[in-house]
Design a binder for this molecule. Sequence first.
Ligand code: NAD
Ligand code: TDX
Length: 331
Amino acid sequence: MRVLVTGGAGFIGTNFVRLTLQTRPDVAVTVLDALTYAGSRDNLADVQERLEFVHGDITDATLVDDLVRRCDVVVHFAAESHNDNSLRDPSPFVRTNLVGTFTILEAVRRHGVRLHHISTDEVYGDLALDDPAKFTPSTPYNPSSPYSSTKAGSDLLVRAWVRSFGVAATLSNCSNNYGPYQHIEKFIPRQITNVLSGIRPKLYGAGENVRDWIHVDDHNTAVWAVIERGRIGETYLIGADGERNNRDVLRTVLELMGRPADWYDQVTDRVGHDLRYAIDASLLRSELGWEPAYTDLRAGLTQTIAWYEQHRQWWQAAKDAVEARYAEAGQ
Ligand code: NAD
Ligand code: TDX
């Protein structure tokens, strides 16, 4: 079986490719990635002999058609993925997340190729902090940001192509990932690399917003469960019951890194900041028999901190520019 992994040089895609090469020797991998600021070929340098790497854009219909024609399954990770960037400039989000997904859909439709579309819980909007409810596959779509609205639009395109054209697609909407290779613009790696650089961590507002954290490897084992055993047309929510508010996560990082619990700055809050995300993954667990391996966030954070300590050369060059961009927004 040949799998085409779009966005395979980004955070989750890199981990997906590495997991696939480790656990599925029969699977051949082609990566299609535009190598934006968020993707790097170096992420796959030590496994490059074992895959085909194509530097290209998912909106390039001719290229996408050729690659899709030669594979059995497309796993579609490629996206613009950061909310704060989408508030500064939404245009690449519309192009990649909407036009790019449309381009992939037209190619899988032409060639009858199976698609698994990767999405986010943010398409459902947010929950109140005191609401015991969680997101389920029937929660109405209500996205808040340019990022989440373009992901929501991409999901709706996939669903429509399943219904109207019989495209063989599955979808998954996952909660917040953490782990190795995550870009340092994101919350957890930003704070770890701040501490490693002697910079005080930056918490938006009071830090009461809740995210439902999952280790990236657990996300990717769930993606494989859906590819192998999921029902066509179905949406699977992926989460590992990891709800924590941002202040608690930051205090745990500070403690694990030997800093005082209050060694951080409260900075300008994100505009339209979603309050809480929480995933009900019972369909994934009951129907597909998936279970997460990382059930202890502290242990997962310890491993992640060690990775950033040991991979300074991976993030150091980007650090000043990322922090300068945040500083412009008072963050
Ligand atoms: P990322 O930003 O780290 O990586 C995105 C990758 O896509 C990069 O390698 C980039 O070069 C590539 N890319 C961007 N535009 C492209 C284009 N036009 N053509 C080809 N490649 C392009 O993102 P991530 O955090 O790894 O997220 C991957 C997917 O998972 C996204 O679809 C995202 O919405 C979804 N997701 C992420 C999370 C999370 O917590 N990070 C949670 C749920 C879902
Ligand atoms: O410096 C920061 N300080 C801070 O308090 C940053 C960068 C973030 N935050 C807060 C904002 C959020 O409440 O931390 C939380 C997590 O922020 P992000 O890492 O930017 O993630 P989020 O906006 O929740 O979206 C993430 O999860 C869902 C991914 O970036 C998306 O791609 C995914 O779809």
